[in-house]
Design a protein. Structure first.
Lengths: 332, 502
């Protein structure tokens, strides 16, 4: 492969990202970091958990994202009475062409490329568990039959951190399936003004499809080729390892404030996401900055802080920041 | 290796060499200076050149050590570049994958190359260069102090080579022959001759000036010791002179042959006659016509006082009784008192009735002893001459200083009179007689050193006599010495008796 072709691929990558960002900007005001991280997660093939108070545009963001992609999109509104079969689908009995009764699998809304799991924590654990296999393995097993989902497949879930009544916190196993947990903050006054102006014209999303599934897969393949030097790779691994208080050489902050740390999926996701971020920033290698920036969305839902941290009024992000500071880079 | 990375590597290499040199020079100068100061202050036993060599050694070692310490791998250099220029690990990644190729690896390499190309090498400034400059300043300061330090070492004398010349060998062999054929007493002649023969051998073997000097110094010291062992003239005559008694001093001058070139019987007898005549009665204004008894008494008093002082001189000389000169002089002054052929015998004789008779005895005594005294003094003069000639000849041959010769020293003045003995008209003794110095009467007050009070001299004499008697009984003295001291005190007491009689 010639150098020119490589450059073309990278340029195409950048153009596609720019177009997605441009289209999303039509429907979502501000939230640039959230948008970029969502794009990173999609290219990485990971699921994203968006957490924010009601009305900050979580659902709109996901819907707009679905529109920018020429991909089947479905939305599941999670409620306490939502059954697993409502998500995955179920076998139904119906008559065939010959009038005989036959069992036929009716696919649930999960059979799409981009699934919005709105207010995922309102569903019961049973229903939430139905998402585990789908999110990790991108397949659905009903009875004795397993159905493979089409690639690319992403779940973009939202949850409300305020209303706790009638909610079921996601189990750690499921949380680990999300590559990112993104906190959607309340918009600034200027952003709010833009939002109001925008919605006075129309409430509908106006974003257009600018990328398809094949292109996303190509972009993922290209990003995976971004080189990472050993020092940076080791730093990423050490950062994740340092979240485990059981390890002897973890940081003092970890020992003091962390109840349990991140899984190996965090390290994998961290390096993968860092590669994509590097390429998005026009770089052909991963830097320490990529790792440190992405450590927050990747680790914040994987780390459980203890009472000491709560007592010291430290958030998960505060603890992550301390761990980052205490994790040494490769010395000369 | 990429060209743009290499330019930083070259820059690092230059800086590395520069820092190594600076560190080496700084440490070398510092230790060179320290050792220079130590060397100049005699704290260490090597010369300043060696201190500078140590500095040079430290320079080489520390410079080399620092050169190796400052070595960094490409990986480390890449890290350094990434950190300094915030290159987001581009260079590290490029170096890590420099042997690989791939879609994005090539692009990454190209991108990094372009980035590095935009950074001029001059921006890659050496770290901690100030510390090296500081070290350099400290080092040069130390070296400057080292050079400026005062050299407290003893100057090292240059060792000159030495080889005895044919002329010197011939001169030395001639000197040996001279000694062998001289009239020096045999025992001393053999010793000096043998020493000169040894010296000749040592000088032939000597390769350096110090070796020559050492051999000569040792030989000359031996010859000098032998020479003065062969003659007791100096010790005995000095002892006579130091009595401060005019007749004793006159006697010392009479016997002094140090001014003679060769022994001369005529001169000797002439001087001895003059000395003998000095005892004759000299008429004074108070007593222009003395009686014969008064003249006899005057003569015997002079002789008695002279012999007493002579005995003290014998004691003070420290010479053995077997010494030839000591023996002859002692006999002349003291022995055979009964036969009246010594000065003390004349002084104490009761049988002499007239002054003329006493003078006749005195002259006979001088005549009787003259030959023996001449023989001894002439031999000792020959011994001294040969020894001193040998030393002078050696000094001339080998251009070394002549050691000081020991001759009788008549420069000491009479403390009591305050006048110089040189005023005594050459070889002639002064008027002599008792009472030249401070003479105390028995009733005179003198300071008692024990009590710090002035007491009568008579009482103090008793005290001194008691101390003397105890010392003589308990001390290690010969019978002759005891006799001399007791005679001295007897003379003092007889003086007190005469004082009371008058």
């Amino acid at each position: 492969m010639t150098e020119e072709m490589n450059i073309e691929k990278v340029q195409l990558f950048s153009e596609k990202i720019a177009k997605v960002q441009e289209e999303l900007a039509k429907d979502v005001v501000g939230q640039k970091d959230i948008i970029n991280n969502v794009i990173i997660a999609i290219i990485a093939g990971g699921n994203v958990l968006l957490e924010g108070v009601p009305g900050v545009g979580k659902t709109r963001l996901v819907r707009a994202l679905g529109k920018t992609m020429s991909l089947p999109f479905s939305r599941i509104q999670f409620t306490p009475d939502l059954m697993p079969s409502d998500v995955t689908g179920t076998n139904i009995v119906e008559k065939d062409e010959n009038g005989r009764l036959v069992t036929k699998f009716r696919r649930g809304p999960i059979f799409a490329n981009l699934v919005l799991a709105d207010e995922i924590n309102r569903a019961t654990p049973k229903t939430q568990s139905a998402m585990l296999e789908v999110m990790q393995e991108h397949k659905v097993t009903i009875g004795n039959d397993t159905y493979k989902l089409k690639e690319p497949f992403f779940v973009l879930a939202t949850q409300n951190p305020i209303e706790q009544d009638g909610t079921y916190p996601l189990p750690e196993a499921q949380m680990d399936r999300f590559i990112f947990k993104l906190i959607v903050d309340y918009p600034t006054n200027d952003e709010l003004l833009d939002i109001v102006k925008m919605t006075q014209i129309t409430m509908e999303e106006t974003a257009e499809a600018v990328i398809n599934g094949e292109e996303i897969l190509q972009m993922r393949a290209l990003a995976m080729k971004v080189p990472v030097c050993d020092e940076v790779l080791l730093y990423a691994v050490n950062l994740v390892s340092n979240t485990h208080p059981a390890l002897e050489d973890c940081t003092p902050t970890t020992k003091k404030y962390v109840k349990y740390g991140a899984s190996p999926r965090a390290a994998q996701g961290l390096v993968t996401a860092a590669k994509i971020r590097a390429l998005m920033n026009g770089r052909y290698n991963v830097s320490y900055e990529d790792i440190e920036t992405l450590a927050f969305p990747i680790l914040r839902h994987r780390i459980k802080i203890n009472y000491a941290a709560v007592n010291d009024k430290l958030s998960v992000d505060d603890v992550i920041e301390k761990i980052i500071k205490e994790t040494k880079r490769s010395t000369k | 290796m990429t060209e743009n990375f290499s330019k930083f590597k070259r820059k690092h290499q230059i800086v590395r060499i520069l820092k190594s040199l600076m560190a080496g020079v700084a440490l070398g100068a510092f230790f060179g200076g320290i050792f220079l100061i130590a060397s100049k202050s005699n704290f260490v036993g090597f010369c300043p050149i060696f201190a500078l060599l140590i500095g040079a050694g430290v320079f080489l070692l520390s410079g080399t050590a620092v050169y190796f310490i400052l070595h960094i791998s490409d990986k480390k250099l890449a890290q350094d570049l990434d950190e300094r220029f915030a290159l987001q690990e581009k260079v590290q990644t490029m170096i890590a994958y420099r042997n690989d190729s791939g879609d994005l690896l090539d692009l990454q390499r190209l991108d990094t190359e372009e980035t590095l190309a935009d950074i001029p090498a001059r921006k890659f400034k050496p770290k901690y260069l100030w510390a090296y400059f500081l070290a350099l300043c400290i080092g040069f300061t130390s070296l400057a102090f080292g050079f400026a330090a005062k050299d407290k070492r003893k100057p090292v004398e240059k060792v000159e080579p030495f080889e005895i010349s044919a002329m010197q060998i011939a001169g030395l062999e001639e000197l040996i022959k001279y000694v062998d054929h001289s009239e020096m007493e045999e025992v001393y002649r053999v010793e000096i001759s043998s020493d000169l023969t040894d010296l000749l051998g040592n000088l032939k073997a000597a390769k350096t000036e110090p070796q020559m000097q050492a051999a000569l110094t040792e030989s000359m010291a031996y010859i000098q010791a032998t020479t003065y062992e062969s003659s007791s003239m100096t010790e005995i005559l000095n002892a006579f002179w130091n009595t401060q008694e005019p007749y004793a001093q006159g006697f010392a001058k009479t016997l002094d042959t140090s001014s003679w070139k060769e022994p001369n019987w005529g001169d000797f007898t002439e001087k001895l006659t003059e000395f003998c005549n000095s005892f004759h009665y000299q008429a004074t204004e108070e007593n222009e016509t003395p009686t014969d008894a008064e003249k006899l008494n005057d003569l015997q008093s002079k002789l008695e006082y002279f012999t007493m002082k002579a005995d003290m001189a014998f004691l003070a000389s420290g010479m053995a009784e077997t010494d030839p000169l000591y023996s002859v002089l002692y006999r002349f002054i003291n022995e055979d008192q009964e036969s009246a052929i010594s000065l003390s015998a004349i002084a104490q004789s009761d049988t002499l009735t007239t002054y003329e008779q006493a003078i006749s005895e005195l002259e006979n005594t001088f005549i009787g002893a003259a030959e023996d005294m001449y023989a001894v003094t002439a031999q000792q003069k020959i011994n001294t001459n040969v020894g001193e000639y040998t030393m002078e000849k050696l000094a001339t041959l080998f251009l070394v200083p002549v050691p000081p010769f020991e001759h009788p020293d008549f420069s000491k003045t009479n403390d009591n009179s305050g006048s110089s003995s040189d005023n005594n008209d050459g070889d002639q003794p002064s008027d002599g007689g008792v009472g030249e110095g401070a003479v105390y009467g028995s009733k005179d007050l003198v300071l008692d050193p024990d009590t710090g009070e002035y007491v009568e001299y008579g009482t103090l004499l008793d005290k001194y006599y008691a101390i003397m008697y105890e010392k003589l009984e308990n001390g290690n003295y010969t019978e002759k010495q005891k006799e001399i001291i007791k005679n001295y005190f007897a003379l003092l007491y007889s003086g007190m008796d005469n004082e009371e009689g008058n």
